[in-house]
Design a protein around this ligand. Structure first.
Ligand code: AMP
Length: 127
């Protein structure tokens, strides 16, 4: 079902996460399966800062949920949970963040989830 848009948005295949998925840009891999890749954020803001990206070309959550298959969506979110387990943050707790668009502060136009933890994450927003 197309929940949001009739056709996929223009996806820019030159974004850095697409390059990581193609192996053109290095990353420190935590987990990979058919649906997702999890790797350390290069600009970590907490002791644990992992990014999880779907393997498919989706710009953001709306694009992913509208145009991704059921298997891709389920596989991706399962991979987020596996990555959190592997990162060792499940018992202490962690925060998932999805920045979207300009106001959301999204810098990379390939859908991704941040897993943040390793210490108390703090306020939901800074101001
Ligand atoms: P966002 O603002 O949600 O789009 O987050 C983009 C994130 O990607 C930032 O936290 C960056 O530190 C991170 N990032 C950018 N380039 C790389 C890279 N080559 N490897 C790992 N993380 C990256």
């Amino acid at each position: 079902a197309r929940l949001v848009r009739e056709s996929p948005m223009a996806y820019n295949p030159d974004n850095v996460f697409a390059k990581i998925l193609r192996g053109e840009t290095p990353s420190t891999k935590l987990y990979e399966d058919d649906f997702a890749l999890a790797f350390n954020d290069i600009g970590a803001v907490l002791p644990i800062h992992v990014l999880v990206v779907p393997k498919g070309a989706y710009e953001n959550q709306a694009d992913f949920i509208s145009n991704g298959s059921d298997a891709e969506v389920l596989g991706f979110w399962r991979a987020v949970s596996v990555a959190a387990e592997l990162a060792g943050v499940v018992d202490a707790g962690y925060r998932l963040i999805v920045n979207t668009g300009d106001d959301g502060g999204q810098e990379v136009s390939h859908f991704h989830v941040h897993i943040l933890g390793g210490r108390p994450v703090g306020r939901m927003v800074s101001d």
